[in-house]
Design a protein around this ligand. Structure first.
Ligand SMILES: Cc1cc2nc3c(=O)[nH]c(=O)nc-3n(C[C@H](O)[C@H](O)[C@H](O)COP(=O)(O)OP(=O)(O)OC[C@H]3O[C@@H](n4cnc5c(N)ncnc54)[C@H](O)[C@@H]3O)c2cc1C
Length: 327
């Protein structure tokens, strides 16, 4: 089998879980492999996982500490050339998703994204059409950069070994990174690593049994639950569309929260859907939620038709109020 390069980057000086998952995939192949790391503390990070690797390389320094296309692409190109490996495995992080297709073009090679499996004959399995279809394919183009979907592989146990060889890269940049702007932690409601996903549907905005809407109370119940349990918040398309149209709904929801065919496909151990009907275009986004429960007034809703493990036929306002007391 061809030699493989596992190309990784650091996040705040350490390797992120997605890097260790990519390393796990390389180890499972049983092929000879090199390791390479770019970013702050790349040398130490590369050495921390170099056990079992033929050679390890690192690009570090102030210019490479930040994610930026020009410097990341130059560093990755240099690392691939230093190794000489023609098959490159890399984690599908935001940083690499941006830089690696360009690197493949610079090296006259090919890139594969959203890869969820690879065998010894270098057949990759990847998704198409929002994870609804999976294809198996191979390529003769080299170098071939295979970008591995985070969360799709078991992580390797880090094993330290030889020190990394430092690769010098000089690159001129016109882009200066001045900082990162992100919402305060208590306003951040999308938490990919949380064990539980809470999904809110349009039912929260509908007239309830007293003939009135209680959207504000619904919003408080949802936010309190999410903050107390540190779960991740998702939404149905109907609910985020209502917010986008300027109606008085749940102001903390954006299209980034939308789960489903035209939204996201998050990975969580458990999911709880509230006031959401459980229609196929929504539930297809639950493909990687292992245990599914739903609360709906309607015993004939989509969840009841084999889409949830447990359906509570109940008023979600009452259920969430009780949950709040328990919490
Ligand atoms: C091409 C295409 C792509 C799509 N992509 C997506 C997608 O990515 N994601 C997505 O979500 N949808 C998607 N949809 C839309 C999808 O088909 C549904 O229209 C949508 O998911 C419905 O949202 P909902 O369940 O929140 O709202 P509704 O269908 O309005 O359901 C509200 C539910 O709340 C329940 N309810 C009301 N009050 C209470 C209460 N007090 N307690 C408990 N339950 C209550 C009601 O019984 C009802 O079942 C797509 C559709 C198409 C055609």
């Amino acid at each position: 089998m061809e030699k493989v390069l596992v190309l990784m980057h650091t996040v705040e000086g350490a390797l992120p879980p997605a890097a260790l998952e990519t390393l796990g995939l390389a180890q499972a192949l049983g092929a000879a492999f090199d390791g390479a790391v770019v970013g702050a503390g790349a040398g130490a990070a590369a050495q921390s996982v170099s056990g079992g690797a033929a050679q390890v390389f690192a690009v570090e320094g102030d210019a490479f500490a930040q994610s930026r296309y020009a410097t990341d692409a130059a560093a990755c190109q240099a690392l691939i050339q230093a190794s000489g490996a023609q098959v490159v495995l890399a984690p599908g992080t935001m940083r690499f998703a941006r830089a690696l297709p360009g690197v493949a073009a610079r090296l006259n090679g090919a890139v594969e994204t959203h890869v969820v499996g690879l065998d010894e004959s270098l057949n990759v399995r990847r998704w198409y059409y929002r994870q609804r279809m999976e294809a198996t394919l191979a390529r003769t183009a080299r170098p071939w950069i295979i970008v591995v979907e985070p969360g799709s592989q078991p992580a390797a146990a880090a094993q330290a070994g030889a020190a990394a060889q430092t690769v010098a890269v000089s690159v001129e940049t016109r882009t200066e990174v001045t900082g990162v702007v992100s919402p305060p932690a208590d306003q951040q409601t999308i938490r990919p690593d949380a064990p539980l996903l809470l999904v809110a549907g349009a039912g929260w905005t509908k007239k309830q049994k007293d003939g009135a809407t209680h959207t504000d109370e619904g919003g408080n119940l949802i936010l309190n639950f999410v903050q107390r349990t540190q779960s991740s918040l998702g939404s149905s398309k109907s609910l985020v569309d209502l917010s986008g149209e300027g109606q008085a709904v749940l102001p903390f929801l954006t299209h980034l929260h939308q789960v489903g065919q035209t939204g996201s496909t998050p990975r969580h151990r458990k999911g709880l859907a509230t006031c959401c009907h459980g229609e196929e275009p929504h539930v297809v986004g639950w493909r990687f939620i292992s245990e599914r429960r739903a609360v709906n007034l309607d015993a004939a809703c989509g969840w009841a038709r084999g889409k949830a493990d447990v359906l509570y036929v109940a008023d979600a306002f009452e259920v969430m109020r009780e949950l709040e007391k328990l919490l």
